[in-house]
Design a protein around this ligand. Structure first.
Ligand code: ATP
Ligand code: MG
Ligand code: FE
Length: 348
């Protein structure tokens, strides 16, 4: 099927077009720059930006895919989780488009969409797999037994998302938003072992007790305190050393938990997704430790790892190919949609 996917859960207006498992276009307009002076995504600003970006993004995606609206077999949209106001813009547009074209609508889960992105790489994708999704809005560890029917939440962040932690530490160090790339750059000349920052909830006993939940607020406080104390007593603060040590702590926690989950569930596959995957240290440590553990790691290209419409279209395409009925129009944006709900408003 030829599917057009709409993604507006955060600050990216993503329109993607796929045919079956083939990626035809993936247009992304980001309002990231507009949020920079606030140091984080401002929901109202994001929603307004989606409203303005949708129409040109749809036109660009159709042109790039060399298809017209009349060719589209189905419309797909992210119904949640995400920012309510931002989601609402995409949901409204998708409903209008599906009704006016007389085509079925598939309303799907954003997190499961991140997993579906992997299918568009053209490689044979095998399940079950553990998936680690890390971005500005989420830090989730999932067990995917079947993309269209069986996704289990193993753990998620109890406070800040991984990318959010990068953004907050960057602010403490006086670096601009988004902080991830800035910390990464500063860390490249720093010593990752200079300061031993805490690895929250990653002892074996924690993983047994708390499933695989994450917490980065303790780490954030530890970094803030370390910087404050050094400044107060006139000791030098090496931004590269703090950045590298902080990055090492985050990477260590993420990779340790993901591989522990692989071992516990007997799953020798790990899929990485989300914007924090841009972090090369994270990719390197994951690849290195996974190889030692006999786990195969899959990392889609960054354009498919960050929020995009193609992954939403890909998930709908899988649902269609496995014979799932379309969503009814009886749904709205659901900012806290659980990952176990892969598609919403299903009639059966
Ligand atoms: P969502 O959470 O809905 O997926 P988002 O817009 O918050 O969306 P992304 O766009 O996927 O998230 O990723 C942005 C986040 O990734 C920001 O928090 C940013 O700081 C972080 N990030 C980007 N590059 C890097 C990097 N090299 N290292 C660490 N973090 C990074
Ligand atoms: Mg974003
Ligand atoms: Fe996302």
């Amino acid at each position: 099927p030829l599917v057009l996917g709409i993604e507006t859960s955060c600050d990216e207006t993503g329109i993607g077009i796929v045919r079956g498992r083939t990626l035809l276009s993936n247009t992304i307009a980001s309002s990231m720059d507009e949020h920079a002076r606030y140091g984080g995504v401002v929901p109202e600003v994001a929603a307004r930006a989606h409203l303005e970006a949708l129409q040109p993004a749809i036109e660009a995606a159709l042109a790039e895919a060399q298809v017209t609206l009349a060719d589209i077999d189905a419309v797909a949209v992210t119904s949640g989780p995400g920012l309510a106001g931002a989601l609402m813009v995409g949901v409204g547009a998708a409903k209008a488009l599906a009704v006016s074209l007389g085509r079925p609508l598939y309303a799907v889960n954003h997190l499961v969409g991140h997993i579906a992105a992997d299918i568009l790489t053209g490689d044979e994708v095998e399940y079950p797999t553990v998936a680690l999704l890390v971005s500005g809005g989420h830090t989730s560890l999932l067990l995917v037994r079947d993309l269209v029917s069986d996704v289990e939440l193993l753990g998620e962040t109890m406070d800040d998302a991984a990318g959010e932690a990068f953004d907050k530490i960057a602010r403490i160090l006086g670096l601009p938003y988004p902080g991830g790339p800035e910390i990464d750059r500063a860390a490249s000349t720093g010593d990752p072992n200079a300061i031993r920052f805490p690895r929250g909830m990653s002892r074996a006993s924690d993983m047994a007790e708390h499933r695989y939940d994450f917490s980065f607020s303790g780490l954030k406080t530890a970094v803030a305190r370390w910087v404050e104390q050094h400044e107060a007593t006139g000791q030098p603060v090496s931004v590269p050393d703090v950045a590298a040590s902080f990055r090492e702590a985050v990477v260590d926690v993420l990779v340790t938990k993901a591989l522990d989950a692989c071992a516990r569930h007997g799953v020798p596959r790990l899929l990485l997704g989300g914007g924090v995957i841009a972090n090369k240290r994270l990719r390197d440590v994951a690849l290195e430790r996974a190889e030692a553990a006999g786990v195969a790691v899959r990392i889609p290209p960054l354009s498919l790892c960050t929020d995009n419409g193609a992954m939403i279209a890909a998930l709908a395409s899988e649902l269609i190919m496995s014979g799932r009925p379309a969503s009814t129009l009886a749904f709205g944006a659901d900012s806290t949609l659980p990952v176990t709900t892969i598609q919403v408003a299903t009639s059966s």
